[in-house]
Design a protein around this ligand. Structure first.
Ligand code: PEP
Ligand code: MG
Length: 755
């Protein structure tokens, strides 16, 4: 059974497209189980229907045409129950729903299994037989196992949009790829790939105008890899066993294969650029070899893929080809994106970011927010890299993108963009007004910043200073740790730009998802590992250098506040303060006129929340980092799109924790700032104001909207909202309360989605 399963799965995975994969599945299952018919129905969520998508044994004309209401018939029953259904005579079941055109009149026995992935029913797999009999448990096990495999293939197809094309071919131009909202805003632009990609599957499709140059580049890459292999084989021959040595000969044989090279050249001459021509020629062979039952041949598939990558690396080393999008508004698309990628693109060209991994709380999303450009994150396993130069709509509010949108969709989005521009001009008028409630209660509203390029946006958004300057970004865009002098210059520019308004500089907070290219930390659980203060206390050299740079930069302006990240114990604060005092004394000994600035502690870990009072007594202010506090309190990785639906800073447990921190701040006389993304959400900001928070810090792009919301409420209304939200039992209830309050205040257009 296992062997049969393995073969079927292998064959299905090697199928070139989804219809062929489904056809192979139903045919193989029918043959293996010796039944009369095997059929796959796929869920069409748009229309709440199941569509007959492949069959071996029923009327082939029914494929794509027979649609059942989601709750109809036995297919609907399998989906509803989410478990196998084994009937000796289906036609006698009360839910049996005969459909004339599918030709199942002679069938009695029926076994159905749902295709489920991540709790979603993606379809139903059915087998039917002419006899009246129950299926044996081994047959049920077989169908369930194959259904699980098929569900995972289907999930992949759904992500890449393939199922949508099959289910609703006419709606392709308006098809949205759903991800997670990373940063607000809407953009219509052209896909740009930040740099050539590492793997064959990621090579974008491009055409060449100069096939001769491409062919020459290809020839060079082949020659270089041949040379490398020869050298490596000479060098390693004495060290390797003969079987491993033989691999080099296999590689060299492949490299001289006329068919592989010839096919690549033919593709180049037909207009493909060399990396894509090579990709297609290699992957065609990989697919063939993967289908082989002989283990020797299937292992060769991995070898040829590896060889493909080596040649690709050399093609990438050729002088960079101009990206198809020069001069246009670029939507940067990548699987994962580092700050360095962003910094490398001229800011006037960078219009939006689309990241296949990550979530709303990834640092690239936070940076996009700070830069005021939309971002969509966590789109999953979609080969978007291949669509360089194609048009894309990025909807950073809904967390959606539309690839090659049809004219109607473009027109609709153009209208939305115009409406948004109009609204932000209106908000601009609030710039010089305070963030004050209708009954005269003002709350400092600060901006957040990460790079020096944020100075302009933060300065123009009408904030009262910088509530969180994430110093790690300046470390992330370099090739080595910046010196004290380099840091001092950066910090001085920041302080000078906002003086006399305060600038809260957070000491280096790396680890978790923020790694330095020149100091890689490899851990199984990076978010529970060597992060923030833990790292800097273990590296007093790095910490002291940073503190000295900050204190020196402050000498002229005296508007610095220092903030310690990722504090989990009081000892950490004591130690950090000791090092700060040491840096201060050393500077004074060296003749620098420094002062000790106010110091704060970030409360972003449950242990710190419950010791907020003790921590507050040691410092001058607290700053609540709800981005991390949410992930640690709810045990939801802030960067994992699979659990993104569970990540919500409006969770009642989080609200209660924040309320406790605010209470501790009040009891100790220390102000409490809130600098997580929650503060950038206008509805949540009003709620926090009602809970008694002393100040808020939001990205510059969000400051005007938050100010607008605060100015639309009275303090009493905000307090009433807080009272109700703190009594809520579910996240949904909290969203509902906020939405109702926003509507009452006339801000219905910014209610939370989904409620
Ligand atoms: C937070 O955790 O809320 C925070 C502001 O810090 P960061 O997002 O940089 O981890
Ligand atoms: Mg944090």
């Amino acid at each position: 059974m296992l062997e049969t399963l393995r073969r079927i799965v292998q064959e299905v995975s090697a199928a070139p497209d989804l219809p062929s994969a489904l056809a192979v599945t139903v045919n193989r299952i029918r043959d293996t189980m010796q039944v009369a018919a095997c059929t796959v129905y796929l869920a069409d969520e748009d229309n709440r229907e199941f569509v007959l998508m492949a069959t071996a044994g029923l009327n082939p004309q029914a494929v794509g045409r027979v649609r059942l209401d989601r709750r109809q018939g036995l297919v609907g029953l399998v989906a509803e129950r989410q478990e196998p259904l084994n009937l000796e005579d289906a036609s006698r079941h009360p839910r049996f729903h005969p459909i004339a055109e599918i030709g199942e009149d002679d069938y009695h026995a029926l076994l159905g299994a749902p295709l489920i992935q991540y709790r979603r029913v993606l379809g139903v797999l059915l087998v039917q037989h002419t006899a009246i009999r129950c299926f044996q448990s081994s047959e049920v096990d077989f169908l369930v196992t194959i259904a699980a495999q098929l569900a995972s293939i289907l999930n992949h197809a759904i992500l890449s949009g393939a199922t949508q094309e099959l289910l609703n071919p006419l709606k392709v131009g308006a098809r949205a790829l759903q991800g997670v909202a990373g940063a607000p805003g809407i953009v219509i632009g052209v896909i740009a790939i930040p740099h050539l990609l590492a793997d064959l599957d990621d090579v974008p499709d491009r055409l060449t105008r100069n096939p001769a140059a491409e062919e020459a580049a290809f020839q060079n890459a082949i020659a270089t890899v041949e040379k490398e292999l020869r050298e490596a084989s000479d060098r390693l021959a004495p060290l390797l066993p003969p079987t491993e040595q033989a691999l080099f000969s296999v590689y060299r044989m492949m490299l001289s294969s006329d068919s592989l090279l010839g096919e690549t050249r033919a593709r180049i001459r037909a207009g493909q650029w060399a990396p894509a021509a090579w990709r297609d020629a290699v992957l065609a062979r990989v697919r063939l070899l993967e289908q082989a039952t002989d283990p020797y041949l299937s292992t060769r598939a991995e070898d040829i893929r590896d060889l493909g990558r080596r040649v690709l690396n050399h093609l990438r080393a050729e002088p960079a080809q101009p990206v198809a999008v020069t001069g246009e508004r670029c939507v940067l698309v990548a699987e994962e994106m580092s700050v360095a990628h962003l910094a490398a693109i001229p800011s006037e060209q960078l219009a939006a970011i689309v990241c296949l991994r990550g979530s709303a709380l990834s640092h690239v999303a936070l940076l996009a927010r700070a830069m005021g450009i939309p971002a969509v994150m966590g789109l999953g396993d979609r080969p978007l890299g291949r669509f360089e130069g194609n048009t894309i709509i990025v909807d950073g509010y809904q967390g959606r993108v539309y690839l090659n949108p049809d004219p109607a969709m473009r027109a609709e989005y153009r209208q939305l963009i115009a409406a948004e521009a109009e609204r932000s001009t209106g908000l601009g008028a609030l710039r010089d007004l305070p963030a004050m409630t209708r009954d005269g209660h003002a709350i400092p509203l600060y901006a957040k910043a990460g790079l020096l390029t944020d100075i302009a946006a933060a300065g123009q958004c009408g904030a009262a200073g910088i509530g969180l300057y994430r110093t790690e970004f300046a470390f992330m865009v370099r090739d080595s740790f910046p010196s004290e002098e380099e840091q001092c210059q950066i910090y001085r520019q920041m302080l000078a730009a906002f003086a006399p308004q305060p600038v809260v500089m957070r000491t280096l907070d790396i680890g978790g998802d923020k790694t330095l290219p020149y100091f890689q930390i490899k851990e199984n659980n990076p978010f529970l590992g060597w992060r923030g203060m833990r790292f800097t206390l273990d590296h007093p050299d790095i910490f002291l250098t940073q503190l000295r740079a900050m204190l020196r930069a402050n000498a002229e302006w005296n508007n610095l506040r220092i903030l310690f990240p990722m504090i989990t114990t009081v000892e950490e604060v004591d130690e950090a303060l000791r090092l700060l005092a040491q840096a201060h004394e050393e500077l004074q000994e060296d003749g620098w006129p420094t002062v000790l600035p106010p110091v704060g502690v970030m409360i972003e870990v449950p242990s710190a929340a419950w010791q907020a009072g003790q921590l507050a007594q040691r410092v001058d202010f607290l700053s609540v980092g709800t981005n991390d506090l949410t992930q640690y309190l709810l045990a939801v990785d802030r960067d994992n799109p699979r659990v993104a639906g569970l990540y919500d800073s409006l969770h009642p447990a989080l609200l209660k924790t924040v309320a406790y921190i605010i209470e501790q701040g009040r009891a100790t006389g220390r102000p409490v700032n809130l600098c997580g993304e929650m503060a950038a959400d206008p509805g949540a900001a009003v709620l926090l104001l009602g809970m008694g928070v002393n100040s808020l810090s939001a990205g510059p792009a969000s400051v005007p909207r938050v100010k607008w919301a605060i100015r639309s409420f009275t303090l009493t209304e905000a307090q009433e909202l807080a009272r109700q939200a703190l009594a809520a039992e579910t996240v949904r209830e909290v969203h509902h309360l906020i939405n109702a309050a926003l509507r009452r205040a006339g801000l219905g257009e910014i209610v939370h989605e989904p409620e």
